[in-house]
Structures are given as structure tokens and as C-alpha cells.
Design a protein around this ligand. Sequence first.
Ligand code: 6GU
Length: 279
Amino acid sequence: MSLISHLDEAASVIRAKSPITPVVGVVLGSGLGAWAESLAEPVVLPYSEIPFMPVSTIVGHAGKLWIGLANGVPVACLQGRVHLYEGHAPERAVFGARLLARLGCRAALLTNAAGGTRPTFQPGDLMLIRDHLNLTGQNPLVGPNEAGLGPRFPDMTHAYDRRIAALAREAASDSGVSIHEGIYAGLLGPSYETPAEITMLRTLGADAVGMSTVHEVIALRHMGVRCGAMSCITNLAAGLSPRPLDHKEVEETARQSRERFTSLLSTWVQKVGAAITGG
Ligand code: 6GU
């Protein structure tokens, strides 16, 4: 059985539960899951009920797919993602992102929690991802190409769509939230980096570092979906923090930025939805 038939089987289960055809896909990173609960006319499916969907091995992190309306925009939302460090093969880890595309999404907004490698960043800062460094050593497109999904050698010049990025700037300004912009380095994990590795990443041009997003963007671009992505800088990376990380402080910062992040995300989704459906 091919990947396409797996996607179609999963999509048909979802279509049987919700009459909504999503146009914008949203992937919610660590600590941002609550945004899904703001959807109108929601239909919620645990990943375990979706054929071929990989389920997180982390206890308590079982994900859910939400279909609903965000400010009237039909969206499909992944609440929780699986990571490579859990042991999933990269082509399996992007199944959910591909499913968003197969359900009809023509744009996807991805979010994550990341460490800051730019010394001037502060915990709680939001960073619009302008481009990425895939430093995982892996790629979800390895293997025979599914020509029915996309090309063998997808162009990655506009991995992060310029118009979607412009709409993020507008959304930030409209919602009174200030954002930075920079380069996201995706690493395999699960260990955090050493100070020497962070120096290397800064030299390479990275502004933030995390363990997700890059493979999803590769798979989505393969399928022709326009992508936007935003990091919540939850902490400074190794060697940049003046003192050892205080978990309570990091959690408190994440909690505070979550409200700004989710209000920004709502406005961003609305603008992207209007742009996609209105021309
Ligand atoms: Cl410092 N590194 C990585 N790889 N992921 C992170 C992080 C750091 N902080 C949050 N997520």
C-alpha cells in the first residue's frame, strides 16, 4: 500500500466526521495546544483513531486532530506532534503534516518552542522563521518518490512563503505583539546542545534551535503547500544564559507568551485564510 492510499484512508475517516474542508493547517508546538480549543464547530479526533497516524511515545502527549472554524476560516489543526527523537522515521513523523495537505489545506502555519541562539533574545520572545537549517541529518523525502504527491527534487528557495510572512508581520502589528525574525536550526535531539555546538550554530547563522518543524516544512513544500512558521523562544541556548535555567521561570515565561502567541496566531490564521480563499 502506498503513502497516497494511507493518506486517503486517513482523510476519509476525518471527512466522515466533519463536513468542514480545511484551507489552512495549523501545527501547535509545545505549550501552544490550547489554541485549538478556541475553534468553532470543532470535531476532535485522537491520533489513535486516525489510520496510519503515528502516536507520540511520550506519556500524556497523545495528540489530537481538530477540524473547525477559526474566525470563520476552515482549519485543520494538529495538537501535538511526534518527534524524530522518539524513534519515528522521518517519513512517518510528517504523516500528520501531509494529512493537512491531503485534507485540502493550501497553507500551513507551524509553531514550536525553541532555544534562542541570538544573544539579544529573551525568554518569551516570538520569532517569525524566515528560513531553516535542516541539521538533523535526515530528510522525510528519502526513498522512492511519490510522484502523485510532488517532485523528486523539490525547490526550497521559498520554503517559508513571503506573503504568509508579510501577513505575520501585519498580524503582529494588529494584535500589538512584537516579533523578531530569524533562522531556525532543526536538530535531532533529544539532548540539548553543548555551548560549543551553540557557538557553531550561531556561526552558521542560526537564531533559534529546536527539534521539530524542518521536516514538516520539507514534506509540505513537496506537496506544494505554502508555509509560515513561528517560534516561541522559551529559553536561551547553552552558554548564552547568565545562569542555569530555572524551570519555574521558563514555565512562567512560556505561560505569559502563550497568550500573546495565541492571539497573534488567531489573527494570522484569519489573514492567511482570507488571502487563500479571496485570491
Ligand atoms: Cl536550547 N535546544 C533545542 N534543540 N531545542 C530546544 C531548546 C534548545 N530550547 C527549547 N527547545
